[in-house]
Write a new protein. Sequence first.
Length: 91
Amino acid sequence: ENVCGKFGSRSYDDPNWVDNNGNPMPWMPQEEYVEGQSIRVRSYLDTHHNGHMEIRACNKGSACTPADFEGNELTFVKDVVYEGNHPAMPK
């Protein structure tokens, strides 16, 4: 099952987790979070329709499947750049 998606011919769902040279990459989490903790997410979303993104979590590392993300949506708390000067968030 696909978790990460694709860009052009590059699949980010390759079960081998390889770098651009085809070398194996170990699972190395960048951070660990505790349920209820506030985190900062930096992102860039460029759409002509003012789309939105949903961010979900899974605690199984590289063993996560799409089903593991269902029901684990993170809660939007605050936009520190625009301080609320954006379209209403979806319910």
